[in-house]
Design a protein around this ligand. Structure first.
Ligand code: UD1
Length: 345
């Protein structure tokens, strides 16, 4: 009997890659999205990659409790992967209520409907942002969470707490189980270049800014700070390939559905464990893709942490998952995707 996974926000960047890997692994997927931060490009791409022209896309907003209830009533849902959320750090500082309302209400609604419907396995897409500027590196799941520096980051922390509290409260009936995956910096695209990141307006994140600069959409990449006390003065991050990241979701869903969880709420870091500086990333991009990138050093960006990278050993051991793609392969895929968007490939 096939197991059904609801992917909320499934038409977006990470959601579309996860949908592909779930289908590849034999799960049935229900993609639901309010299309607020994407068009149908990635959804169409998923159908092409998987040969699943019949893949349903339900256009709905998880802030609508009645619509969420209806979805759970009308479908078999064995697990939910909840992506549906806003994700721009700067915007969340300017418009905090938009973030608290959307990100928290939609998640509460998903858990409410799951609970009313007899329970479910819930996987929440969290972020390394919960660790803030860590005192010790690499960070393990036991590293303390630091006070959030943005409403976006706060919604990730609160959502983790909501899931953990609901799992505990409803544990007597044992009907809600939860996993939070804390992603480090997801980058890259599917090797087919049929799905990838589609930032609206000027990208905030490094890799889309790099690819848009390389293609000529942006004039110059600003590298925010080269005076950090790091080997080359630029910040260190743990860049995780989006396909590897997607596979971690499949491993986590299988762990839940196969009854392998050791606690009813578990947290895993999803990263490579390899720190890479901004400058190293830029140099690798230029080298592997044989392009010259226009960049300059500017002031530090407010709110940036200096260094953060994962100790992924818990996920390696318990999920049987490990990041596999090299940074070069990932940067190649990001460039191939940008070129395909520009119609140059
Ligand atoms: C941010 C968020 C994180 C979120 C992630 C993915 C925080 C503190 N960070 O991570 O929660 O999950 O985005 O959306 O909440 N950089 C440049 N020039 C640029 C852009 C970035 O030099 O034009 C540098 C930054 O200073 C940083 C690195 O590149 O050192 C990565 O930046 P970015 O891609 O924005 O991700 P984070 O800030 O690490």
């Amino acid at each position: 009997m096939a197991k059904y996974v609801l992917v909320s926000g499934g038409a977006g960047y990470i959601g579309s890659h996860v949908t592909v890997e779930l289908l590849n692994a034999g799960y049935e997927v229900i993609v639901a999205d309010n299309m607020s931060n994407c068009d149908e490009t990635c959804y169409e791409g998923v159908k092409k990659i998987t040969g699943r022209a019949d893949l349903p896309l339900i256009k709905m907003d998880f802030c609508d409790l009645e619509a969420t209830r209806k979805l759970f009533k009308e479908h078999q849902i064995d697990a939910v992967i909840h992506f549906a959320a806003f994700k721009a750090v700067g915007e969340s500082v300017a418009e905090p209520l938009k973030y608290y309302k959307n990100n928290l209400e939609s998640f509460v609604n998903v858990i409410t409907a799951a609970h009313e419907n007899g329970g479910c396995n819930i996987l929440f897409s969290s972020s390394a942002t919960v660790y803030g500027e860590p005192e010790k590196l690499p960070v393990t799941e036991k590293s303390p969470r630091q006070p959030a520096t943005s409403p976006y980051g706060e919604t990730k922390q609160i959502s983790e707490d909501i899931l953990s509290a609901c799992v505990k409260a409803y544990t007597t009936d044992g009907i809600i189980k939860g996993i939070a995956l804390r992603y480090f910096n997801p980058i890259g695209a599917h090797p087919s270049a049929l799905i990838g990141e589609l930032p609206r307006g000027v990208p905030n994140n490094l890799v889309p800014f790099i690819t848009q600069t390389a293609i000529g959409k942006r004039e110059c990449l600003s590298i925010f700070g080269n005076d950090y006390p790091t080997p080359d003065g630029t910040c260190l991050r743990d860049y995780i390939d989006v396909v590897d990241l997607a596979k971690a979701h499949v491993a986590a869903v299988s762990r839940m559905l196969d009854g392998k969880m050791e606690e009813s709420y578990e947290v895993f870091n999803v990263g490579t464990g390899r720190p890479v500086s901004v400058l190293e990333l830029v140099n690798s991009f230029e080298k592997v893709n044989n392009v010259k990138l226009n960049y300059r050093f500017t002031d530090r960006r407010a709110g940036d942490v200096m260094s953060v990278y994962a100790d992924p050993s818990l996920a390696n051991e318990k999920l049987g998952w490990k990041a596999e793609r090299s940074i070069d392969e990932t940067l190649e895929s990001a460039w191939k995707w940008e070129k395909s968007l520009a119609g140059k490939e």
